[in-house]
Structure formats: structure tokens, C-alpha cells
Design a protein around this ligand. Structure first.
Ligand SMILES: [Zn+2]
Length: 71
């Protein structure tokens, strides 16, 4: 599993952060603790795509779980 540490001290998986549109056609991930927007600069396109897709999927799943108790 990919682990990340924000400068504020938050630890967790990249995909557990919230995907946010950062403008200019770019997306970033928001730290749940301090709100720092990580635009994944320097990441390979495939890694960025996977991480953002996974983050969005997890958020969708959480929403669905509340509606239909999938989890
Ligand atoms: Zn942070």
C-alpha cells in the first residue's frame, strides 16, 4: 500500500485523501487534517491517474455504503 506523510504530520494512504479539482485541468488530493492540497507534481501520469481514481472510488463507495449498506 502506498503510504504518505503530510508535512502536518498526517499519515495514511494517498487514496484516503479527498480528490479536489485544482484548476488548469489538474487534480490534487486534500489532506484531511490541515487541508494542504497536494497536486502530485512530479508524479508519473499513470500513478497520478490511479491515485485520483482510487480516491474518487473510495468516496463513491462510502456514499453507497450509507445508502445500501454494501460494507
Ligand atoms: Zn496535512
Amino acid at each position: 500500500m502506498t503510504r504518505d506523510v503530510c508535512f502536518c504530520g498526517w499519515r495514511g494512504e494517498m487514496a484516503d485523501r479527498e480528490p479536489i479539482y485544482a484548476g488548469d485541468g489538474e487534480w490534487g488530493l486534500l489532506c484531511p487534517t490541515c487541508g494542504h492540497l497536494d497536486r502530485l507534481i512530479g508524479w508519473p501520469a499513470s500513478a497520478r491517474h490511479w491515485t485520483l481514481t482510487e480516491a474518487a472510488r473510495r468516496r463513491d463507495r462510502l456514499t453507497e455504503a450509507q445508502d445500501s449498506s454494501l460494507l
